[in-house]
Design a protein around this ligand. Structure first.
Ligand code: FE2
Ligand code: FE2
Length: 182
């Protein structure tokens, strides 16, 4: 007899009731704050991880792009701190499981390849995945901020989103520039 399966539906109902008790605008604000903490962790962690990628990259154009990316990311961290301030919250980071997993996976793959074209391709792949994650998060945050009437935060978040978009395009170009098989 599996008691665990019996208990699950009851727990789920309790949780749903708890959530429903909160005003939708408060629940949305909670979600907005949770997403902010998540992306704050991702950006801060990136400022430590990008230098590791720079150490392992070979192509000059990629090194230059990663260097720009690092400067932008540092600026994005400070923009997020401004957003926290605007909404009257202390800047807090919550570990992003998605970015943590991506970093672990990239670390493993980079250990397996020698410096050169394929290692560069792996670095680009990692940055592309991270940028897509960030683009999705910022797009969501912008929508939430608009709904919550946080207009100044919207402007800051939009500035970062457009940089993430630029990095994605740059990385897509670099894939074809740095990988030459024939
Ligand atoms: Fe970023
Ligand atoms: Fe970025």
């Amino acid at each position: 007899m599996n008691t665990a399966t019996k208990e699950k539906p009851a727990k789920a109902i309790v949780k749903t009731r708890k959530r429903a008790a909160k005003a939708p605008s408060d629940a949305l604000r909670d979600l907005f704050e949770a997403e902010l903490k998540d992306i704050y962790w991702a950006e801060k962690t990136s400022t430590h991880f990008i230098p590791k990628l720079i150490k392992q990259a070979s192509a000059k154009e990629l090194l230059q792009a990663l260097d720009n990316h690092l400067n932008e990311t540092e600026e994005q961290v400070s923009r997020l701190e401004q957003v926290f301030e605007l909404i009257g919250m202390k800047a807090l980071a919550t570990k992003s499981q998605a970015i943590d997993g991506l970093i672990r996976e990239t670390d493993l793959r980079l250990k397996e390849s020698e410096a050169g074209m394929i290692k560069d391709a792996e670095i680009i792949a990692c940055v592309q995945k991270s940028e897509h994650f960030q683009l999705g998060t910022y797009t969501t945050l912008i929508s939430f901020a608009k709904m919550l009437g946080e207009d100044e935060a919207v402007l800051l978040l939009e500035a970062t989103r457009s940089e993430e978009h630029g990095t994605m395009r740059k990385m897509a170009d670099l894939t074809e520039q740095t990988i030459q098989l024939f």
